[in-house]
Ligand binder design. Structure first.
Ligand code: ATP
Ligand code: MG
Length: 498
């Protein structure tokens, strides 16, 4: 029996239940006896099949009829225990990916090293994962390809295999390769938090708890399975997952799980930027972004995701940008709560704005920057950012457009200024202007003017813009955007009023 993270009396490295729920782990007595989970019968837990996606149930029953084990796992079990509707329903089984595919017509296998079966039902995808033997990153689609990996890992699910043959670590302890299929007893140790390590059996509707996860869910606590530092080193994204679940579920991070995060935050630098992009969306665009951001700052994780923004936040002229991000995230959370659409474009514009302005103000020569320089600053920041959090072009390009429109709000004279209202990014750019006004870097009068003009009939709009004096585009924005310049402008404004 291989058990997580302990040495057994014979000196073998074994991997075992750190949070053992029984008096004595079985591996201490008889290494051949598989350890038993705490099985919570249907009568003693609150999960009803009526709360489970019918498609997930279909998958589970089909697996069972074909003679395989089928369990609902992970976040779905946790959320159902909490009375929350799960975001998705993941299934774990002892059927191999190919065997799962044979059972479902609407099934596709994804991943090169870790094959997962996706069973498609219209918009809903039920992810079916074969039990695996070791702690492994959940997804590999954004990880470096490993052409030598044995795709299927082995065709005997449940067979004991040598870890060292199949698992490779880099110098920081990150798992590079892991492709063994195993039993449920092995699968559980590769899960991240005990609260995420619960299995709901389709056989008799019981919950199998190897890691005291039910107690953690009840206590609203996040505790990593195994030694926290080792688990973060294997997969640093678990630090972001800790923040995400704490923010989403209002769970406390147990002290031993929380303690190493600040020290190990730098490990995020080695995570593929595409994977960090996915995690950023989950952190910031799931309805609890403001809380997640505070935690990311608290643990020093934010600066490893957005180093240029973090550096700008620390400088007095751009300190407002952190409040702007906070407010932007609160708005986003409110939009999600109201079922309104949100976009990564706006989010990344808010995150990177201070970095762009700093680049513009500190690196560009000349008394007042022009639009071409703003564009250059956007590109410089975006290029550097890609090495940490890779923002796909389909978001990066509209993000740049949104930022480039900011100076155009300063131009309110002449018919041409009205074309801004027709611009496809007007709405997002206008929301961004409102945010800048809220934190005092754009003129509130300007924000109000663009608010009002939207509801006027065309003739009145025309009359309004024809009556306005000529105003410089870029100087106003430079002034409004960087507080240093704003002060100068305010003084001028004040003098003319007197
Ligand atoms: P959500 O509510 O966001 O779906 P979740 O807990 O279901 O939360 P998923 O990312 O869907 O999270 O992953 C499903 C399960 O797979 C997790 O509950 C956990 O058991 C396991 N898992 C996912 N990612 C990791 C990881 N990086 N390390 C260890 N286990 C993981
Ligand atoms: Mg999930």
């Amino acid at each position: 029996m291989r058990i997580w993270g302990a040495k057994d009396p014979r000196g073998l490295v074994v991997y075992g239940p750190i949070f053992w729920t029984q008096a004595e782990p079985s591996f201490l007595n008889a290494s051949s006896t598989p350890f038993q989970p705490l099985v919570i019968p249907r009568s003693e837990h609150s999960i009803s099949r009526a709360a489970i996606s019918p498609n997930a149930l279909k998958v589970l029953y089909r697996l069972k009829e074909a003679g395989y084990q089928g369990f609902l796992v992970g976040g779905a079990v946790r959320d159902l225990l909490l009375g929350i509707t799960p975001k998705d329903f993941d299934v774990a089984t002892n059927a191999l990916p190919e065997e799962v595919r044979r059972l479902f017509r609407n099934c596709r296998l994804i991943g090169r090293r870790f094959r997962l079966a996706h069973v498609h039902f219209g918009n809903e995808i039920i992810e079916v994962a074969t039990f695996r033997a070791a702690a492994a990153p959940e997804r590999e689609d954004t990880e470096d390809a490993d052409p030598e990996a044995d795709v299927d890992g082995g065709d005997n699910a449940g067979a004991a295999q040598s870890d060292s043959e199949h698992r490779a670590f880099d110098q920081t302890g990150r798992i590079l390769r892991d492709n063994i299929y195993g039993t449920i007893e092995e699968d559980v140790w590769r899960r991240d938090f005990a609260a995420n390590g619960l299995y709901y059996s389709i056989e008799d509707f019981s919950i199998w708890d190897f890691v005291d996860g039910v107690s953690d869910v009840r206590a609203r606590r996040l505790k990593l399975i195994g030694d926290p530092e080792t688990r973060y080193r294997e997969d640093p994204v678990r630090m972001l997952r800790a923040v995400r679940f704490a923010a989403k579920l209002d769970f406390a991070i147990e002290p031993a799980t929380e303690a190493p995060i600040s020290k190990l935050a730098y490990l995020l630098d080695g995570v593929p930027p595409a994977r960090l992009f996915d995690e950023c969306l989950k952190l910031f665009l799931s309805g609890f972004g403001a809380k997640a951001h505070r935690r990311l700052q608290q643990y020093g994780l934010f600066e490893h995701l957005f180093p240029m923004s973090a550096a700008a936040f620390a400088l007095p002229p751009y300190a407002y940008a952190q409040e702007m991000l906070e407010r932007g995230l609160i708005n986003t959370d409110e939009r999600i709560a109201a079922d309104k659409p949100v976009t990564p474009t706006f989010l990344f514009a808010v995150v990177l704005w201070s970095a762009v302005l700093r680049e513009l103000n500190e690196r560009q020569a000349g008394p007042a920057p022009d639009l071409a320089q703003l564009m250059q600053a956007c590109d410089t920041v975006l290029r550097a950012q890609q090495s940490r959090v890779a923002i796909p072009r389909r978001f990066a390009i509209p993000m740049r457009e949104l930022l480039m429109l900011q100076p155009r709000f300063n131009r309110r004279h002449g018919i041409k200024s009205l074309s801004l209202l027709q611009h496809p990014r007007f709405r997002a750019a206008f929301d961004f202007l409102l945010l800048r006004a809220q934190v005092g870097v754009a003129d509130p009068e300007l924000a109000q003017w663009w608010t009002d003009i939207q509801v006027l009939p065309q003739e009145e709009r025309v009359a309004l813009v024809q009556a306005r004096p000529v105003e410089p585009v870029m100087e106003g924005d430079g002034a409004a955007a960087a507080p240093g310049r704003r002060r100068r402008r305010r003084r001028r404004g004040g003098a003319s009023r007197n």
